[in-house]
Design a protein. Structure first.
Ligand code: MF3
Ligand code: CO
Length: 256
């Protein structure tokens, strides 16, 4: 069942989303060669708590940290580690969530670490563009699978594969609500989009094949072929008009 949010509830989600978006923006400065993935987690948790909010991920299904930090061929759910030091040329995906008075926001970015290859820059950019491209379908009258279809077209036409084993989701009082949002598949199916829906839309795309494996820590998902993966996510509100992306910092780059 998809839970619609009223205006007061959306306002609470906006407050949460503003913090999530601004932290992801600030991380652009923190992320550089020599820092550990735990440094990213510490910064994230400190900033969320300094706003009087709660890190949504910590303790969720026993997840041990506030951020998921996934390097290079890691797709999602990388566990922060003091000993995992970022190196020049890496790409790092950071996924975070904040809970404000019970309302959750969820978003992710992939960052270059120092100077990165042209190919690394391109997968980051195509993943981001696949998110912004799908926004034209995030309107009343479109149907749920129009979103994933748009993402798949954009990613595959640029030569990337779309991860099948992880999906986007509705969000609100719970981080994961209905519906599941596949980043692939035929258009024109599933429920009609309605004003008041809150959706965490999160393309994950790979340089090689879409197959995944989960590491022995039971969390970290990696590409089976060891090639690069990128992730980009925002919490989006369906309105009577244009979609509202509530986890995008106003200083951040917009558009496809
Ligand atoms: N943010 C992830 C998602 O987009 C979920 C993180 S799982 C957690 O669905 F355990 F780390 F919280
Ligand atoms: Co999510």
């Amino acid at each position: 069942m998809i839970i619609l949010k009223n205006d007061d509830e959306i306002e609470m989600m906006r407050i949460s989303g503003r913090v999530t978006g601004s932290i992801l923006y600030e991380l652009r400065e923190l992320i550089r060669p020599g820092i550990s993935t735990m440094d990213i987690d510490r910064y994230t948790e400190g900033r969320i708590r300094s706003e009087g909010m709660i890190p949504s991920f910590k303790g969720y299904n026993d997840y041990p940290a506030s951020a998921c930090v996934s390097v290079n061929h890691e797709i999602v759910h990388g566990i922060p580690d003091e000993d995992r030091i970022l190196e020049e040329g890496d790409i790092v995906s950071v996924d975070i969530g904040a809970t404000y008075d019970g309302w959750v926001s969820d978003a992710a970015r992939t960052y270059p670490v120092g100077n990165v290859s042209e190919e690394a820059r391109r997968i980051i950019e195509v993943c981001r563009a696949s998110f912004f491209g799908c926004l034209r379908y995030c309107i009343e009258g479109c149907r749920l699978t129009d979103i994933g279809h748009s993402i798949q077209r954009r990613a595959e036409s640029a030569g990337y594969s779309v991860v099948r084993d992880f999906v986007g989701h509705g969000i609100g009082r719970d981080m994961h609500e209905d519906p599941q949002i596949k980043n692939y598949g035929p258009p024109g199916k599933g429920p009609q989009l309605l004003r008041g829906m809150a959706l965490a839309i999160e393309p994950m795309i790979n340089e090689g094949d879409y197959e995944t494996e989960v590491l022995a820590n039971n969390w970290t998902a990696v590409t089976s072929d060891g090639k690069l993966s990128a992730h980009y996510e925002n919490t989006v509100i369906i309105t009577g008009g244009e979609p509202e992306v509530i986890t995008l910092d106003e200083r951040d780059e917009r558009g496809a």
